[in-house]
Write a protein that binds this ligand. Structure first.
Ligand code: GLU
Length: 391
């Protein structure tokens, strides 16, 4: 088909400066190649390979049958906000009243709303690196400036509060925390989070804590930084990773009242609210505790086994790979394959038929990200493909 006719559309400076999401781009490219008949294995996107558990699917179907097909309040179904509020209290020791909770179309929209509600052009936002590709881009879209805070592989990519302190300026407004982290799998200990919270209080900064991988920890305990600075911390989470619900698009956040209210105002002028059917499904995930806990525990056991298998396999191939404590990604050093990670990913895709995400967009040059949200057979085949390219 020919391209649609187009006047020369001059796009906004904002659109022109935006880098499309590398995680989404590589995954789309892999799908395209596969559709064209190529034998491509994709470990690019961070998406559970499990199906949404049956009790959650059933709640979504029942919601459609019962006619729950209209708008909900902008900030989400009251029952769901109550369930989220109870979840924050039960699992995180956080007191957010249902009115201080908002439901969004995926965790990404909660983060977007939060940044737009808080930041002015020129504000600085501290982001531990390596970081998820979307944080700096979302910050830049608001006109604020992302400032990476480096972490070291030898320290398990755990944030050093001194490194944060060294980058605080009079323009700093926010610190982003993501533990367990994408793409590092680092889980920040309570002491680190408390030190960052103290720093935030001293300099009157806000914290945005993205806890979407909360349930996927293997050797360390997840702690919410809002425990140490509830008055200035927004806690973001969602249904996608823990309950294998990526396509349902349900995220949520709890936080200081003014911040949440501004996020709701933004949402009222954009999406109007998250999908009603998905909200009913998420309600089942958060209230049918037995069935949900059973699913989460099973998934965690599977991920841990896959992590151990993949980390051992990559190290055996001579690609140094730290053992992540959480989430479902590994970040091997691929300089042996090619000094430039974009080239290394290209080689893996074109010669090995394996899609991975280059580390540069995560602030991790010389590394690539592989997701182990895939079966052991798939991971074994991925290792064979990497070996073939190395050979
Ligand atoms: N967060 C996941 C990832 O990093 C899903 C895709 C995205 O939104 O980036 O792969």
């Amino acid at each position: 088909m020919e391209a649609a006719p187009s006047a020369r559309i001059a796009l906004s400076a904002r659109a022109l400066s935006l880098k499309p999401s590398a995680t989404v781009a590589v995954t789309s490219r892999a799908l395209e190649l596969r559709r064209a008949g190529a034998d491509v294995l994709s470990l690019s996107v961070g998406e559970p390979d499990f199906e949404t558990p049956p009790h959650i699917k059933a709640a979504g179907i029942a919601a459609i049958e019962a006619g729950y097909t209209r708008y909900t309040p902008v900030n989400g179904l009251p029952e769901l906000r109550e369930a989220v509020s109870a979840k924050f209290a039960r699992e995180n020791g956080l007191e957010y009243a249902p009115g201080d909770v908002t439901v969004t179309s995926g965790g990404k929209q909660a983060i977007f709303n939060a940044l737009l509600a808080l930041l002015n052009p020129g504000d600085e936002v501290l982001i531990p690196a390596p970081y998820w590709v979307s944080y700096p881009e979302m910050v830049a879209l608001t006109g604020a400036v992302p400032v990476p805070v480096p972490t070291r592989a030898e320290a398990g990519f755990v944030l050093d509060p001194e490194e944060v302190a060294a980058r605080v300026t009079p323009r700093t407004r926010l610190i982003v925390l993501n533990s367990p982290g994408n793409p590092t799998g680092a889980v920040f200990p309570a002491g680190v989070l408390e030190a960052v919270a103290d720093l935030a209080r001293r300099h009157d900064l806000c914290l945005l804590s993205d806890e979407i991988y909360e349930h996927l920890t293997y050797d360390a305990e997840h702690v919410s930084p809002a425990r140490f600075a509830p008055e200035r911390t927004l806690t973001v989470n969602g249904a996608s990773k823990a309950y294998a619900m990526t396509g349902w698009r349900i995220g949520y956040a709890g936080g200081p009242r003014e911040w949440i209210a501004a996020m709701n105002a933004l949402q009222s002028q954009s999406t109007t609210g998250a999908c009603t059917v998905s909200q009913h499904a998420a309600l089942a995930a958060l209230t049918d505790h037995g069935a949900t806990a059973h699913f989460v525990a099973g998934a965690r056991t599977a991920y841990r086994e896959r992590r151990d298998f993949l980390v051992a396999g990559l190290n055996a191939l001579g690609l140094p790979t730290p053992t992540p404590q959480g989430a479902f990604y590994v970040l091997p050093d691929t300089t042996r394959l090619h000094p430039d990670d974009l080239e290394a990913s290209h080689l893996l895709l074109e010669r090995g038929g394996l899609a991975v995400v280059p580390g540069t967009d995560f602030g991790a040059p010389g590394r690539v990200r592989l997701s182990y949200a895939a079966g052991l057979d798939t991971l074994a085949e991925a290792l064979r493909r990497i070996r073939r390219v190395l050979d």
